[in-house]
Every structure is written in C-alpha cells, then in structure tokens.
Design a protein around this ligand. Structure first.
Ligand SMILES: C[S@@+](CC[C@H](N)C(=O)[O-])C[C@H]1O[C@@H](n2cnc3c(N)ncnc32)[C@H](O)[C@@H]1O
Length: 201
C-alpha cells in the first residue's frame, strides 16, 4: 500500500495507540496479537467485544497502522495498541512467554519457492512465535490460499505446535472479520482455518 501524505504527521502526533514495543507488559490481561493486521478491522472490533483481553496489532505498513488507529479512536477502545514494525524482529518486541494468542490472518502467500522463507508461517517465524507464547499459548491461522495452507500445515508439523482444529470452510456467526476475510466471504470463497497449541519442550 502506498504511503498517504497525511500518514507521517498523523503518526508523529499519535500518543495513545502507537507503541514501539510491548517489553515489560504487566500481563494484567491476556495478550492477544495479530501479525500483519492490515487495517485493523478484526483486531479493533475484537478489542471492543472483549475488554478483558489486551490486543496488539503488528504491521509494517504505516498507512495500515494509521487507518487502524483511526478505527480504534472511533470505537474508543483502551485495550488496543499497535506496533509499526516488521515481524522479522518480533522477538525484540515482546517478552518471552508474554503472549497468550497469535493470529495470522491472510498473510501474504509468497507463492514462488525462492520467497517461501518470507511467509509468516515459515519454520523460522514459528520458532520465534514459540518463544513469545506462554505455555498454554494458542496460534490461529486463516487463509483463502489452499497451496499456502497446505504448505503451512507441513511447516507446523516440523515445529512444537500441535493441531487442535482444522476447517477448510471456516465461518463463525458474530465473529469480527478481517478486511480480506469479509471480501472472500462476500465472494463465496471458502476460508481455511487451523488452530494450534504450543507444546513447550
Ligand atoms: C494480505 S494482507 C492481510 C491483512 C489483514 N490481516 C486482513 O486479513 O485483512 C497482509 C498484511 O500483512 C502485512 N505484512 C506482511 N508481511 C509482514 C511482516 N513481515 N511484518 C509485518 N507485517 C507484515 C502486510 O503489510 C499486509 O498489511
């Protein structure tokens, strides 16, 4: 997404929602994070529905971050923060075992073999997530891309994540949707879903 002109000054003035990291989080509420949150439709609505949970969106595109902050302001939520950063550096952004749940929603599928290592489900990313999740930690992955889904299931098989649920036509009435999910749902395209728990060794 192209950076819009209003974005840098908007983010410079933002004091409430934009943070550089979540080191030292006090764990008063369980911490749920969405990696590659896009424009924040799912996570801001989830925060509104669940004030007992603290939500953090991680996103590398400044325009998406600014749009998510606008949504958070409209919803007047206090249990949401956003980090403008690349997930490559995720272990520097959160304390070990501080995260209860990770959402990976419609991550870029990077179809060419030479780019597979950029996938947010690639084994190198999974081992970072393993460090951040607490011993009961959960990871939820959704995508419309069946090849990416199948490859990701094999990545998870080589990791310490255990499959709890799999659904290749996922829909939950009343659950907030991401922007991509809403678009695919409208087009009648099935959504692949997998839910994992971490097994700490
Ligand atoms: C296809 S979009 C999906 C957005 C949103 N999750 C949804 O379902 O509507 C993927 C998003 O992930 C972000 N993203 C991709 N790779 C990332 C990375 N390594 N670190 C942070 N964000 C990333 C992109 O900037 C983009 O906003």
């Amino acid at each position: 997404m192209r950076k819009k002109k209003w974005v840098p000054s908007f983010l410079e003035q933002e004091k409430e929602y934009l943070v550089s990291d979540m080191k030292g989080y006090d764990k008063e509420k369980p911490l749920y994070i969405e990696i590659g949150m896009g424009m924040g439709d799912f996570i801001t609505q989830s925060a509104k529905q669940h004030p007992e949970i603290f939500y953090v969106g991680l996103e590398r595109e400044a325009t998406c971050v600014a749009r998510a902050i606008k949504k958070a302001r409209e919803l007047e939520i206090s249990n949401f923060r956003v980090i403008l950063a690349d997930a490559m550096n995720i272990t520097e952004l959160f304390d070990e075992e501080s995260v209860s749940l990770i959402y990976l929603h419609f991550s870029d599928p990077w179809p060419k073999k030479r780019t597979h290592k950029r996938r947010l489900t690639y084994p190198s990313f999974l081992s970072s997530y393993e460090k951040l999740l607490d011993p009961d930690g959960i990871l939820i992955f959704k995508t419309d891309n069946t090849d990416f889904f199948a490859d990701s299931l094999t990545y998870f098989q080589t990791s310490n994540f255990e499959l709890l649920e799999k659904d290749e036509d996922y829909y939950r009435e009343g659950e907030p949707m991401t922007a991509y999910q809403a678009k695919f749902h409208e087009e009648g395209k099935p959504i692949c879903y997998a839910k994992y728990k971490i097994n700490k060794v």
